[in-house]
Design a protein around this ligand. Structure first.
Ligand code: NAP
Length: 311
């Protein structure tokens, strides 16, 4: 069996993603020593009781001699976290992140990353609506895509660092894809960010209706609405930062979405059943393609238990 990808990894932010990396790395033997730091003392105390690895009290202790440092904090906290660890990273170490937006994460890290550290941004296309150290689990990344957005045209040592980081994620069960950061942000705007915005919006509309109605929205909520409430239960800080940091791509996608929604509105108003049928059939085809690509299951309730993956 191959040995660990890294002797020591440091995980900054012991929430859902950070604690899942710790569980998965330990289970797969992908790192000999897993060290975690979180800015919240309460999170550190809770994480210490979960057998995730060594939970330490300072960024310096976490990063000292670490072969790879994983920033698992909200996108808006990446700059200050990089600044805090900059003096403590070893030459030749890899600095990566898991942020859901890649161009702004890259520039936040670039601003503070010292020379000699290999900066390789990343994003696991896996998650749940839960947060905190208790929410993590070892199989989160299994069969999920992990997108790396490395810097273009670097020297050989950088390229071998990218291979090493990709190997680490593969040991955790992920399928690694290399992509340009701007392209990542455009793709994720439609596949993840806009669906979350719509979920927040539909739940908020229902909430307002509920407050004038008599409890029917909750009482008669059917599958479609319940799925939206699950997505809308996602961490507000994380999603605030996603929208603030992927502003252009989200606004562009939202513009297209609004036009298409207006077309459906017009079809309903004018009784244009053909247009509705055409659009609904097309959407059904996309669902079929997602199932055939192994990105979801055709079984009831999307094959999910209540704690299954999304994002
Ligand atoms: P989470 O469960 O809320 O965990 C984030 C943790 O980071 C919290 O414990 C938070 O502490 C801590 N933190 C905040 N600022 C920090 C700092 N400056 N230094 C150290 N720790 C700090 O969030 P998550 O879901 O794991 O998300 C983490 C990252 O993963 C985000 O960038 C998100 O975009 C990305 N991501 C999330 C998902 C998902 O489905 N959730 C999927 C893919 C990628 P406090 O709670 O005290 O602030």
């Amino acid at each position: 069996m191959a040995g660990p990808a890294f002797e020591k990894i440091a995980i900054m932010g012991a929430g859902l993603i950070g604690s899942s990396i710790a569980h998965a790395a330990r289970e797969a033997g992908a790192a000999r020593h897993v060290v975690l730091y979180d800015s919240s003392e309460d999170v550190r105390t809770r994480a210490a009781g979960l057998g995730l690895g060594d939970v330490v009290g300072t960024p310096a202790e976490a990063c000292q001699d670490a072969g790879a440092i994983f920033l698992c904090v909200p996108v808006g906290a990446i700059a200050e976290t990089t600044q805090a660890i900059a003096p403590h990273m070893s030459r030749g170490a890899i600095l990566t992140d898991v942020g859901s937006v890649k161009e702004s994460a890259l520039s936040a890290m670039q601003d503070h990353c010292p020379a000699g550290v290999h900066l390789i941004p990343g994003h696991p296309i896996a998650g749940t609506e839960k947060s905190g150290p208790e929410a993590g689990f070892a199989t989160l990344f299994r069969n999920a895509w992990h997108i790396l957005t490395p810097l273009p045209a670097q020297e050989e040592t950088y390229n071998s660092a990218v291979d090493r980081l990709a190997g680490f994620w593969e040991m955790l069960g992920a399928k690694v894809e290399i992509m340009d950061a701007a392209r990542h942000d455009r793709v994720l705007a439609i596949t993840s960010h806009l669906p979350h915005l719509i979920a927040y919006n539909i739940v908020s509309t229902a909430y307002d209706m509920e407050s004038v109605g008599e409890g029917e929205v909750v009482k008669y909520s059917a599958g479609g609405f319940r799925d939206f409430t699950r997505i809308a239960a996602s961490d507000p800080v994380m999603w605030r930062d996603v929208f603030l940091n992927n502003k252009d791509a989200v606004l562009e996608t939202l513009g297209r979405f609004s036009e298409d929604l207006a077309a459906l509105q017009r079809a309903i108003r004018w009784g244009d059943g053909d247009t509705l049928m055409r659009e609904f059939e097309r959407a059904r085809g996309i669902r079929k393609a997602i199932i055939e690509a192994g990105q979801d299951s055709a079984v009831a309730n999307f094959g999910r238990n209540s704690d299954e993956t999304e994002t």
